[in-house]
Design a protein around this ligand. Structure first.
Ligand SMILES: [Zn+2]
Ligand SMILES: [Zn+2]
Length: 405
């Protein structure tokens, strides 16, 4: 560990209790995507205390800037650009009722920070404080992105479209990882998170008496066939060594027990870690749907939307971040975290700017609630994570801006 890193760690140790109480405050006030009004205002209040310029972005998002005060010539990137780090945290919660009673249980029934975004945004506020306290040590601008609406794939795209990362030459962000012990980090090159495609199929048949099915066209039956047959696209037509998921989450059909359904609606998702696999399964699913409904006398249409692109960590940024992590926390801090078929729209930033995304462990083996998966109604975190997340973001940023990594 170098002297600067020690200084940052000491700063975070002094700020630790304040970070814990800030996180608990956010945890008590979870808000869904595009409704983060209280959260955004509270973030702005904290940024105001630091005198950091900031503005709203993507409705309920906030972008802030930390400007370095160092006189010296700022080191440029290899292609001659001014260095500019963009750090991103998502701020939205989930439509879930928290099932554990603690001093900081969600105050809002049916809403919970069950994906750790309270930890992400508190870490970024902690990083803002640490960077502002060390701004004599760098030149140039750091962008802090408090992104709304990650869970429904809206925020990242909108932040990038509205220019949040304009001028950035590097980006970094992280997600909590309950499967990793607190004190460890997963930092992997390449595909980390899957593409997330949403689809809705509408099948049209013809209603008739249940006793005369041959005189109608049973949309419910066609939908059921599609659900069952679609799994073979994964198990029979895809290379088993290639991760792929095809899931249906909603099926709606029919009005009563003795009428053949004239309409069925199916909603689902496709997750992949490879663009060719993704393209193939989309084509095959469309074909399966059309072949099935044609056989049974119906018609069908599909709507598609992309809720998130694959998150592919850039090798260069992973190398830099690993170097900083090992220097801060020692060789043993690097954990193996397998790619997952959950999505994360941090991909939008990494598609626009060279960057990477880390998984930071939040599990305390003594506390089983910290080992629940993301989106679990009993999930909690080991708050010691702030001694990892904030130094990691701060040190990587300072060392990048100073041209030391
Ligand atoms: Zn989530
Ligand atoms: Zn999340």
């Amino acid at each position: 560990m170098n002297q600067l890193e020690q200084q940052i760690k000491d700063f975070v140790d002094r700020d630790f209790d304040a970070l814990v109480s800030l996180r608990r405050e956010f945890h008590r006030h979870p808000e869904l995507g595009r409704e983060e009004h209280w959260t955004a205002a509270r973030i702005e209040e904290e940024l105001g205390k630091l005198d950091l310029p900031h503005h709203r972005c993507a409705e309920t998002g906030v972008v802030a800037y930390v400007d370095g005060k160092s006189e010296g010539p700022a080191p440029l990137t290899a292609d001659g650009r001014s260095r500019c780090m963009a750090l991103r945290a998502d701020i939205d919660a989930l439509p879930l009722t928290e099932l554990r009673e603690t001093a900081y249980t969600s105050n809002i029934p049916g809403r919970m920070h069950a994906c750790g975004h309270d930890v992400h945004l508190t870490s970024l506020l902690g990083t803002a404080r640490a960077l502002q306290a060390h701004r004599d040590l760098f030149a140039g601008r750091v962008i802090l992105i408090f992104q709304p609406s990650e869970e429904n794939g809206f925020g990242g795209r909108r932040m990038v479209e509205e220019g949040a990362v304009n001028g950035a030459t590097r980006c970094f962000g992280f997600h909590i990882a309950p499967e990793l012990k607190c004190g460890t980090l997963g930092l992997m090159e390449g595909a980390n998170n899957a593409s997330v495609d949403w689809f809705r199929m509408t099948i049209r048949g013809e209603g008739t008496h249940a006793a005369y099915p041959h005189q109608g066209a049973d949309a419910l039956y066609m939908a059921a066939q599609v659900v069952v047959a679609a799994q073979a696209l994964v198990t029979r037509l895809n290379d088993p060594a290639q991760p792929l998921l095809l899931g249906f989450g909603r099926l709606e059909a029919g009005t009563t027990y003795n009428v053949v359904a004239d309409k069925a609606v199916l909603e689902g998702t496709i997750r992949a870690l490879d663009p060719a696999v993704r393209k193939d399964v989309i084509r095959r699913l469309e074909q399966l749907l059309q072949d099935t409904v044609t056989l049974y006398g119906g018609t069908a249409s599909v709507e598609w939307d992309v809720n998130g692109e694959m998150l592919i960590n850039t090798a260069e940024a992973v190398r830099e971040a690993r170097k900083v992590a090992v220097s801060l926390f020692g060789e043993d801090c690097l954990a193996v975290r397998k790619p997952a078929l959950i999505g994360d729209d941090m991909s939008e930033y990494i598609d626009a700017v060279t960057g990477c995304y880390a998984f930071i462990g939040t599990q305390d083996p003594e506390r089983p609630e910290t080992a629940h998966p993301l989106h679990h109604a009993c999930l909690d975190v080991d708050e010691e994570v702030f001694r990892v997340s904030v130094p990691m973001m701060t040190a990587y940023t300072l060392e990048y801006m100073r041209g030391e990594v």
